[in-house]
Design a protein around this ligand. Structure first.
Ligand code: ADP
Ligand code: MG
Length: 307
């Protein structure tokens, strides 16, 4: 199996409009009148963002979805992606078939196609880097910088499940049922970014960010980009039942600083309802605070940091 065999066999079937079946040096990026093209890139690396023993289809889906999460947070609809692979020499046809199958399933689910990429071998860890492209109606992309004093702060989904899954892999003691354990592990392996919510988000959000490093850290990006302070009310933060069971008393503090949620945190007018939960408000000042029953909780490490 050489590089070109791998491309032709596993990736060419995933190629879409503009990709020439992955048989040329380049691809053409289709345009859409009256839309802005939004681009993002994110890599996941074995031992950092996933485990080498994770199923290949889930590794593929995580790599793609962490990118779709960024696009969704900006109100963009995903269309294409590029795939850069550093494959260990030990990779097998079965593994590649599973990996391509994961991509195929997500392509169908999210309506995206493969535009091209690069394939190389490495003695180091497996790394999957994806660059994703999406469209947003001209001028409608949601920035981090639009939060206004008086806004409410909302988050989609639940917070911290992925961090709980990772803790279980790290052999943290627990007494969860198999179902609860599997639910948390599933979120660590395959995030579920609210891609279909992007269009509605565009109409309501003043500022938005995808929650990848940790809720408090990512809200911090909105706060600094917007020149405001964000206060989060701990009692309002949505936590799943298995996560509460796993982490007990410390569930809230750990959840809001765990990474890998790939949900969307945004600010908008108060009083909205939808597939999201109100967790706090935008006030004058700077930074992010977490309060529980009127008491402010100190946060030493607001989120994941690579360095
Ligand atoms: P070049 O030598 O010009 O870099 P390659 O031989 O690397 O071209 O790639 C040939 C074609 O296959 C190109 O269209 C490239 O985009 C595509 N390709 C290579 N690797 C991948 C991959 N992992 N996923 C998708 N397309 C790929
Ligand atoms: Mg190349």
């Amino acid at each position: 199996m050489d590089e070109f065999g791998i491309i032709a066999r596993y990736f060419a079937p995933l190629a879409g409009e503009g990709a020439f079946g992955l048989t040329d040096d380049v691809a053409l990026l289709p345009r859409r009148a009256d839309y802005d093209l939004v681009v993002t890139t994110d890599a996941i690396v074995e031992g950092v963002d996933f485990f080498g023993f994770d199923p290949p289809d889930s590794i593929a889906r995580k790599a793609l979805r962490v990118n779709l999460s960024d696009l969704a947070a900006k109100g963009a609809e995903p269309v294409h992606y590029l795939l850069n692979l550093s494959l260990p020499h030990t990779v097998t046809p079965d593994w590649l078939a599973g990996f391509a199958d994961g991509l195929a399933q997500d392509q169908k689910q999210y309506g995206v196609t493969l535009l091209g990429g690069d394939t190389g071998a490495t003695d180091g860890p497996l790394s999957v880097s994806i660059t994703a492209f999406g469209f947003v109606p001209k001028g409608k992309m949601i920035r981090r910088s639009g939060a206004r004093v008086g806004d409410s702060v909302y988050v989609t989904g639940v917070v911290g499940d992925s961090g709980g899954g990772l803790a279980i892999f790290r052999r943290e003691a627990h007494s969860l049922s198999d179902t609860g354990r599997d639910a948390l592990i599933a979120r660590y392996r395959v995030p579920e970014p609210p891609v279909s919510f992007a269009a509605a988000l565009r109409d309501i959000a003043h500022a938005s960010v995808d929650v990848s490093d940790g809720l408090i850290a990512d809200l911090g990006h909105i706060a600094s980009a917007s020149g405001v302070r964000i206060t989060v009310e701990g009692a309002l933060v949505p936590l799943s039942a298995p996560l509460r069971a796993l982490w007990g008393e410390s569930a809230l503090q750990r959840a809001v600083t765990a990474g890998d949620d790939y949900q969307i945190a945004f600010t908008a007018s108060p009083g909205l309802s939808g597939p999201f939960t109100r967790i706090g408000q935008v006030v004058k000042g700077q930074g992010v605070s977490l309060g529980i029953g009127g008491q402010e909780i100190a946060i030493s490490r607001p989120g994941y940091r690579h360095f």
